[in-house]
Design a protein around this ligand. Structure first.
Ligand code: ZN
Ligand code: ZN
Length: 346
C-alpha cells in the first residue's frame, strides 16, 4: 500500500518535472527529441569524464601546463574540436531521397501525392508497407514524373520500377539509396545508421563523419598517452587513483582500437567509392549481383574518388548511374605492365 503510494507520488513528480521542462523548452515534449538530447548529453559527459580524471589526478600534467601551456592548450583544442564535430555531424543531413526529389523539381511537383501527405510518422513518412495493388497504382501515377525517368536512366536497361520503389516512403530510389528504419526515410548513398550520432551516415555527411572519426581517434590516442605517463610517473598517488585510471585506460584502449579500425575502413571506402552497406550486403543488392567480387562498381579511380569525397561534391544530391556490364568486365581484367605505368587504378 505504502509502496504504491510512493510510486504514484514519484510518477506525479516525474510528470510535473517533464511538464516544467516542456514549458521551458517546448522541443523536449517530443520523446524522439528527448532521447536525442539524452544521447548527446551522455556523449559529452563520457568525454568530460575521460579527460577530467587525468587533470584531477595528474600533478605532473598540471605542472607541465604551467611550464608549457601550449601542450595542454593543443590537447584542449582537439577535445573541443571533437565535441563540436560530433554535434555538427549528428545535426547534419545524410541526404534524403525525398529532399533530392524536391531539390530537383520543387516541392509542389508530381511527387507530392495523397499517400505521402497522409503520413503521420515523426519524419513525415508512411510507416506501413503497401500491398502489391497499391504499389502498382502508385508507381503508375509516378510513371509520368521526370524523377522516375531520371532515376530509371541510372539503372541498367530493362530494370523493373517495383524493384526500386521503397514500400515505406513510396518513392523510387536511385542507385545506392536505402530506407533506414530508424530515421524512417530513404537515404542517398546509405552507409549505416550510427547509434552514437543518432542519425544516418550517407552521401550528405560521410565526409563529415570521416573527420569526426579522425578527430575522435587523435583525441583517444593522446588521452591514452596521458594515462600511461600518469601510471609510469614516480609521483606519490593513492592506490585507488591508479585503480580508476587502469579501468578507464582499459576502456579507452578498446575505444582507440575500434576508432583506428573504423578510420582505416572509412578511408578505404572513400578511396574506392563504396559504402559499408554495399560491402556487407553486396549479394542482397540487385544491381550488384553478377558484378565481379573485386570490382567496386561506382569507383572512378583512387584519385577521382578521393577528390569527389573531399572537395568536388557541390550538391549532396548528386546521383550516380550503375555502370554497364561491359564497363565492369573491362575493370575486372587483370593488371598488365601497361596498366601499372599508365596508373589504371588512379
Ligand atoms: Zn524509404
Ligand atoms: Zn538512419
Amino acid at each position: 500500500m505504502a509502496a504504491a503510494g510512493v510510486c504514484s507520488a514519484a510518477r506525479a513528480a516525474r510528470e510535473k518535472l517533464c511538464e516544467g521542462c516542456s514549458l521551458l523548452c517546448p522541443g523536449l515534449s517530443d520523446p524522439a527529441t528527448r532521447s536525442s538530447w539524452g544521447l548527446k548529453t551522455a556523449m559529452v559527459l563520457i568525454h568530460v569524464m575521460f579527460v577530467g580524471v587525468i587533470f584531477l589526478f595528474d600533478a605532473n600534467l598540471i605542472r607541465k601546463t604551467r611550464d608549457e601551456p601550449w601542450y595542454t592548450a593543443a590537447y584542449l583544442v582537439i577535445f573541443a574540436a571533437t565535441l563540436i564535430q560530433y554535434f555538427l555531424t549528428s545535426g547534419s543531413s545524410p541526404g534524403y531521397v525525398i529532399d533530392a526529389m524536391r531539390a530537383e523539381h520543387g516541392t509542389n511537383t508530381a511527387f507530392s501525392h495523397p499517400i505521402l501527405e497522409q503520413s503521420n510518422s515523426r519524419n513525415g513518412n508512411i510507416i506501413s508497407p503497401m500491398n502489391d495493388s497499391q504499389l502498382e497504382s502508385q508507381t503508375s501515377r509516378l510513371t509520368s514524373s521526370s524523377w522516375l525517368k531520371h532515376v530509371m536512366d541510372l539503372y541498367p536497361p530493362g530494370s523493373a520500377i517495383r524493384n526500386w520503389t521503397c514500400t515505406y516512403c513510396n518513392i523510387v530510389q536511385p542507385p545506392r539509396a536505402k530506407h533506414c528504419h530508424d530515421c524512417e526515410k530513404c537515404i542517398l548513398q546509405f552507409d549505416h545508421h550510427c547509434v552514437w550520432l543518432g542519425t544516418c551516415v550517407g552521401q550528405g555527411n560521410h565526409r563529415r563523419f570521416w573527420w569526426y572519426t579522425f578527430e575522435e581517434t587523435v583525441l583517444s590516442v593522446w588521452t591514452v598517452v596521458l594515462y600511461i605517463s600518469f601510471l609510469r610517473s614516480k609521483v606519490e598517488k593513492a592506490w585507488w587513483q591508479d585503480f580508476i585510471v587502469i579501468v578507464l585506460l582499459a576502456a579507452l584502449m578498446f575505444c582507440m582500437i575500434f576508432l583506428l579500425l573504423l578510420l582505416l575502413f572509412h578511408s578505404y571506402l572513400a578511396l574506392t567509392n563504396q559504402t559499408t552497406y554495399e560491402i556487407v550486403r553486396r549479394r542482397r543488392i540487385l544491381y550488384m549481383r553478377g558484378i565481379p567480387e573485386k570490382v567496386s562498381p561506382f569507383s572512378r579511380g583512387i584519385c577521382r574518388n578521393l577528390f569527389t569525397f573531399c572537395c568536388s561534391r557541390n550538391s549532396i544530391y548528386t546521383l550516380e548511374a550503375v555502370p554497364t556490364m561491359e564497363e565492369l568486365e573491362a575493370r575486372a581484367r587483370p593488371y598488365t605492365c601497361v596498366d601499372i605505368i599508365s596508373c589504371r587504378c588512379c
